[in-house]
Design a protein around this ligand. Sequence first.
Ligand code: KIV
Length: 276
Amino acid sequence: MSAQTNPPARRLAAPDIRARKGVEPVVCLTAYSAPMAAALDPHCELLLVGDSVGMVVHGLPNTVGVTLEMMILHAQAVVRGSSRALVVVDMPFGSYEAGPEIAYAHAARVMKETGAGAIKVESGPTVPETVAYLVRRGIPVMGHVGLRPQAVLVDGAFKAKGKGEAERTAILADARATADAGAFCIVVEGVAESLGREITEAVEVPTIGIGASAACDGQILVVDDMLGVFDWTPKFVRRYADLKGEVGRAAAEYAADVKARRFPAPNETYYPPKAD
Ligand code: KIV
C-alpha cells in the first residue's frame, strides 16, 4: 500500500473571498513582516499589507509618505511568511489616482515583484474606472470606501464618515460603483452601523468592516492595534494583547540582568574545547 500524502493546501485567491458573501465572515488582518504573517496565516483568509505600515512600523504621521518601494518590500516578506491567506497589497498615495494606465503600470509591478494575489485602492471619483481597467487586465482589486486614510490632508484628521445625508449617499454610491467596476471585496472604514449595513446589503461582494459594525461580511484590524503595539487606538479597536507592555517588561528584565552580570550565564557562553 502506498503512503498517502496530502496535497499542499492551495493559497486562497480573490474569487474564494468573493464567494464568502453570505456564507461566513471573512477574517482579515494587516501584516508587514514574514514572522508575523506566519503567525497570522493559519487564522486569516486575507492578509492586507496595508499602507498603515508607514504609521505603525516606520513612524510616519499618516500614510501619505508611503512609497511603492516600501509596499513592495513589506509585501515580499508577507508572501514569504504565509502560505494560505490571500495577500493583498495597498497601492500607496500617488501611485494610482492619476489614471488607469499609470495605476496599471504600478499595480503590475507590485504583482510581479511580490507574488501577492491582489491590490487595494481607496475610492474617489476617478477610481471605479481604474478598478475596471485593472480587473479587465488581470489584476484583482479590493476597494476601500468611507474613511479614506490617504485623504487625511484634505479631511484634516481621521474622522468617522457619513454623518450627513449627502456624505452617506456619496459613500453608498462609491461602494456601488466600486463593486460594479469589478472589485472582489470592499473595505468599509469608519461609518455608522446603519451605513455599514446598507452598503453590505447594496453590493454583491463582501464588505470588510473596520469601524463599520458587525453588519459587514468580514472584519479587518491593523494588527499592531489589535496586539497593543501601537499607542493610539480608535474606539473600534479591540485589544487582544498588550505586546508593548510585554516588550517593555522583557527589556527591563534583560537590562537588570546585564547590569547585575546575570546575563549571559555559563550555559549561554562559548568556551574553548577541552584539551584531551
Ligand atoms: O492600511 C491599512 O491598514 C488599511 C486598513 C485600515 C484597512 O487600509
